[in-house]
Design a protein around this ligand. Structure first.
Ligand SMILES: NC(=O)c1ccc[n+]([C@@H]2O[C@H](COP(=O)([O-])OP(=O)(O)OC[C@H]3O[C@@H](n4cnc5c(N)ncnc54)[C@H](OP(=O)(O)O)[C@@H]3O)[C@@H](O)[C@H]2O)c1
Length: 289
């Protein structure tokens, strides 16, 4: 039986991949988490747990020993409301680089990494840049690899749901740009299909294409929000510079959010779950945002 390391196993995508792999019973699984308090939730789905902050190479020492496949979803949360230690360069770029060094030492044959759609076209944005720089490093090794570039997951739109709970919804730009977000279960299934083999880089999105305003309107309707606003870019840009003075991480996240809402983000379609179904699922399970 092949041995797999799921790095970032406590994240949205990591948990889904872990759960699907566990159900398949195909692999021996080492799960990497950063936060000790998540150990109990993850333990039932794996054979072994390793705790490490990827920013510190010494904490990752030996993490890839005897592993056949590394799957990494390590990255800073893209949510504007999440406050975490570190920044995109330290976590997404250097943290994954530290993991790659361990994979090289342990002679791991395959490494699958989740980046983000259009990371190569947004070099001035720290999230895209950090993920693209890591991906380029991975591509220049002799390790068999696949870099998966998804558009936003439905969970990435949770910030809209948080805003909706406060009674309003904001989208930077005109709202006319298009995207095809994907359900985490569909993306996890796609990732699982790439574990053994796949192209060097692959892009993926969900089954339906929406404009940003359609996404906003769907959330507004589902959550009975009356106030939806498109903020013109000429107002957003100086506002971002002001935010930068107080929080570089929030600036990086909002800059990225502005970039994706002011460009088309449409990748080859995969999966079957729609955004409307996802909102209904959330309402039915009363999932916290
Ligand atoms: N969400 C989206 O819509 C979306 C879309 C496209 C691409 N992506 C990319 O796909 C990847 C996974 O996304 P996701 O939504 O599953 O992210 P997530 O829920 O924020 O999970 C990220 C994982 O990385 C871990 N992590 C963060 N900092 C770390 C550190 N210093 N050391 C070790 N582990 C650390 C987190 O641990 P904790 O659980 O302890 O926080 C978590 O397990 C990310 O690279 C993201 O940029 C996401």
């Amino acid at each position: 039986m092949k041995k797999i390391l799921i790095a970032g196993a406590s994240g949205v995508l990591g948990r889904e991949v872990l759960s699907q792999i566990h159900q398949s019973g195909q692999y021996w699984v080492r799960a990497h988490i950063r936060d000790e308090t998540k150990r109990e939730e993850i333990l039932p789905y794996c054979d072994e747990i390793v705790l490490a902050d990827a920013r510190y190479p010494e904490q990752l020492s030996g993490i890839c020993d005897d592993i056949d496949i590394v799957f990494s979803t390590i990255g800073m949360s893209i949510s504007m409301f999440a406050v975490e230690p570190g920044n995109f360069v330290d976590v997404d770029f250097k943290g994954n680089l530290n993991l790659l060094e361990e994979a090289k030492k342990a002679k791991v044959p395959r490494f699958v990494y989740t980046s983000i759609y259009a990371s190569e076209s947004s070099p001035r944005l720290m999230q895209g840049w950090s993920q693209e720089m890591f991906a380029q490093n991975l591509m220049h090794t002799n390790i068999s690899h696949t870099v998966i570039k998804p558009v936003g997951m439905f969970t990435g739109l949770n910030d809209l749901i948080i805003m909706a709970k406060a009674g309003f919804l904001i989208t930077p730009g005109s709202g006319k740009y298009k995207t095809n977000p994907i359900h985490p279960q569909d993306l996890a299934q796609f990732c699982v299909e790439q574990l053994e083999s796949g192209p060097s880089v692959v892009e993926v999105g969900g089954p339906e294409v929406h404009t940003r305003n359609e996404v906003m309107d769907t959330v507004a309707e589902a959550m009975d929000v009356k106030l939806t606003v498109n903020i013109p870019e000429w107002i957003v840009r100086p506002g971002l510079l002001l935010i930068r003075l107080f929080s570089k991480n929030l600036y990086d996240k909002l800059s990225y959010f502005t970039y994706i809402t002011t460009h088309d983000m449409v990748a080859p379609a995969y999966g079957k779950h729609t955004f409307e179904e996802y909102l209904k699922e959330r309402a039915d399970t009363k999932m916290p945002a």
